[in-house]
Design a protein around this ligand. Structure first.
Ligand code: AMP
Ligand code: ZN
Length: 462
């Protein structure tokens, strides 16, 4: 049983999919006017862990992540650089996919782009017009929120709060200030589409309703985003979709808290942001960034500091070194140790139970660290055989399908480096420590760290 905190009910609820063993999930993706910052990636890493854990638990996940490639900022960028919208956004779309790879984010099944789904949006708006949930004013089309009594059910805002929070530049054209724009009529804008509902371009919210329902159906399981998406974006998605179909749009809404810098939300507008590229340029390991972003529970705010990133780097190399230690034992003869299996079963159950409880990653990781410490005790007693090591690596690889922190393919060292390590071992035995240190220093300049144990010398990548 997997339980998640549903923003809609503000309670933890068991996930019961619309269709047995299949989860349909929608994620609000990037607006591609610039490179994403690591605040955005906190949301994408949380969604990645959710996606991966659902698969780990045996569900077939069909996932959509949209790409917003038309809005005020993308238009402004294209105009500034004298490019078409596609030319301008392609660079950031490519950059986003590269960043996803660096952070080992699993690909969604579909990455629909707003500009390629204008007909679907127009159809949805036509439906809303026909049912009286939308109206036209001066070439633009608005959603009439007074026609949708459930408005506010996600954000739990009341009507007065909504009234005071909605400020659209063309407010005076609307019947009510809270109504939001579905279609922006074009007067003399550089980019527009000629459609049945007039010349113009979509408002921001409509793309997510049109594209999610196209790929996932009118009712689907999970919708995610950061908490800033709850209102107005997700509230508006519910209104548009449910008013059009008369059906419940989404069963479980999951939102992550923000990545903060000095207590404030990391955002482009505040200028307090790092892109992933900024951090990689400073030499940080992308896997440590992934680790840092994932290990605070997704509903707790996470304050970003470079110090915490350096700590994350240590933890990540500790995990990798342990994995390598186990791999080195894969060739070691000896008896199977029954206790190892008991540790594996207990860690495996602990990990699963913690993650099933609203993705309690801290508890899940502490199961793994407890496991590592238990196995290390056995290593110290030289009680890990090849048969044990095989079971341990299998377990770690399985957990890694969710966390993606360990590099499972251990590289083979070149012959010359292996013979240097052997030469150093020989020098140590002969008490020629000067030579042994020289070899150690040389290998260190090649990015290889040596660790001398009772049972020989092991190496790890720095
Ligand atoms: P945007 O490009 O602003 O629409 O944001 C893309 C995604 O990143 C959305 O799910 C936002 O909720 C999320 N997001 C933006 N800033 C932060 C932040 N500082 N911390 C966590 N998530 C964020
Ligand atoms: Zn969205």
């Amino acid at each position: 049983m997997i339980v998640v905190f549903n923003t809609l009910s503000r309670k933890k609820e068991q996930i019961i999919p619309v269709q047995d063993k299949q989860i349909k999930m929608y994620t609000c993706g990037p607006t591609v006017y610039d490179y994403a910052h690591i605040g955005n990636f906190r949301a994408y890493v949380f969604e990645d862990i959710l996606h991966r854990f659902l698969e780990y638990a045996g569900y077939h996940v069909i996932r959509v992540m949209n790409i917003t490639d038309v809005d005020d900022k993308t238009i402004a960028g294209a105009v500034r650089e004298n490019l078409s919208l596609n030319q301008y956004t392609q660079k950031y779309i490519d950059g986003f996919f590269q960043d996803m790879e660096s952070l080992k984010l699993k690909k969604a099944t579909y990455f629909p782009r707003a500009t390629q789904h204008i007909p679907e949006m127009v159809e949805l708006i036509k439906k809303l017009l026909a049912k009286g949930h939308a109206y036209e004013k001066a070439g633009s089309i608005y959603f009439r929120i007074s026609s949708f009594p459930d408005y506010g059910k996600l954000s739990h805002y009341n009507f007065e709060q909504i009234l005071s929070s909605q400020t659209d530049e063309d407010e005076y054209e609307k019947e009510q200030a809270q109504d939001f724009v579905l279609w922006k009529g074009s007067k003399d804008e550089p980019f527009f589409w000629e459609t049945d509902i007039g010349k113009g371009r979509p408002g921001w919210h409509i793309e997510c309703s049109a594209m999610s329902m196209k790929y996932l159906g009118e009712t689907f399981d999970i919708h995610t985003g950061g908490i800033d998406n709850i209102f107005p974006h997700h509230e508006n998605e519910i209104a548009q979709s449910e008013a059009a179909t008369g059906k419940k749009f989404v069963n479980y809404w999951l939102h992550c808290a923000h990545l903060l810098v000095n207590g404030e939300k990391m955002s482009k507008s505040k200028g307090n942001f790092y892109t992933l590229r900024d951090l990689l340029g400073k030499g940080y390991n992308p896997i440590a960034i992934r680790y840092l972003l994932m290990t605070t529970h997704y509903r707790d705010p996470l304050n970003f500091t470079e110090k915490s990133l350096r700590q994350a780097e240590n933890t990540v190399s500790h995990l990798q070194a342990f994995y390598q230690r186990v791999c080195f034992a894969l060739k070691k003869p000896g008896m199977e140790n029954k206790e190892i299996e008991i540790f594996i079963d207990s860690a495996s159950k602990g990990f699963y139970d913690a993650m099933s409880d609203d993705l309690n990653i801290s508890a899940a990781m502490s199961e793994i660290f407890k496991f590592i410490s238990n196995i290390n005790d056995f290593f110290e007693k030289d009680m890990i055989s090849a048969m044990d090591a095989k079971k341990i690596t299998k377990f770690l690889k399985k957990v890694n399908e969710v966390i993606e922190i360990i590099e499972p393919d251990i590289e083979e060292l070149s012959e010359d480096k292996i013979s240097l390590i052997k030469e150093r071992e020989k020098a140590r035995k002969e008490k020629d420590f000067k030579k042994a240190d020289e070899i150690r220093s040389y290998l260190s300049t090649q990015g290889i760290l040596l660790e001398d144990t009772k049972y020989g010398t092991r190496w790890i990548r720095k």
